[in-house]
Design a protein around this ligand. Sequence first.
Ligand SMILES: NC(=O)c1ccc[n+]([C@@H]2O[C@H](COP(=O)([O-])OP(=O)(O)OC[C@H]3O[C@@H](n4cnc5c(N)ncnc54)[C@H](OP(=O)(O)O)[C@@H]3O)[C@@H](O)[C@H]2O)c1
Length: 288
Amino acid sequence: MSGVDGMRRKTVLVTGSNRGFGRAIALRLARDGYDVVVHCRRDVARAEAVAEEARALGARALVEAADLEDPAAIDRLFDRVAAEYGRLDAFVANAAATAFLPTLAMKPHHIDRTFGLNVRGFVLSVQRAVALMPEEGGGRIVAISGYGSIRYLPGYAAMGAAKAALERWVSYLAVELAPRGIAVNGINPGCADTASAEVYFTRAGSEPQAEVARRTPMGRLTRAEDVAGVAAFLLSDDAAFICGQTIVVDGGLTLVVPPFADAGTLEDAAWGRRPRRAEAALASSEAP
Ligand SMILES: NC(=O)c1ccc[n+]([C@@H]2O[C@H](COP(=O)([O-])OP(=O)(O)OC[C@H]3O[C@@H](n4cnc5c(N)ncnc54)[C@H](OP(=O)(O)O)[C@@H]3O)[C@@H](O)[C@H]2O)c1
């Protein structure tokens, strides 16, 4: 069947694509002409439903469950992809999980498991994915990071550190794989209303989604489609020369310092003038 480039359909594996961002990425790529591998850890029913949606868009869709903490399971996943598709044009590393704990409460296995899935699982998957990518070049790898890699989130220390490591490994891989014609990049999404953010939404304030939207310069939460659109771009020919970058897709959320975000334009304080409120306070304190 013809696809993305009007010739052979390309193939992509999106980890954690039974829901959330991964689902949106897999379906966007199916719509764009890719055959997809819908991956999950254990919720195969959801993965099958996504695969059905992809098939309805004209794609071939394979469902495979694999715990990416387990190197043997990663091998089985890629063995199946090799057997079914024979090659892989793109790999999107999206699956993630952690134990939400403050650092002082962490046991060694919390740290090992978080890095085992989010860093080692990524690297071992890339090793297998690259071996299936076209020798003539054009392969693509995209890793999904998160705003916790650059900003504090309660209980997120292990994951934030793992995501930061992921971003650095993206830049190293990008240089190592560039001579093979493979482009490696990352996406750092902002806060979205998917399952992995529930842990915060169920604990923070009365209307946490509205509060995040209010504090986001572009006025809303990140949508799965925002991330899927940038992933599709990074896999496209238009992005062929982008090498080792992690693109922030958060509507400006991580650009602002929260206490000052509501301070308005401060035009009255331009060029060293004191803000009027401060002038007034000073005048009253100086009054005899
Ligand atoms: N949601 C946000 O606000 C946000 C913001 C920034 C970045 N992100 C990042 O975006 C990505 C997707 O987030 P999301 O909220 O869409 O995810 P999600 O809904 O929490 O889904 C997580 C996915 O990862 C899979 N998974 C979990 N543990 C796994 C393991 N050990 N082995 C293999 N697969 C495993 C799950 O499979 P099962 O369903 O089978 O368990 C599921 O498909 C993650 O990398 C996340 O860190 C999210």
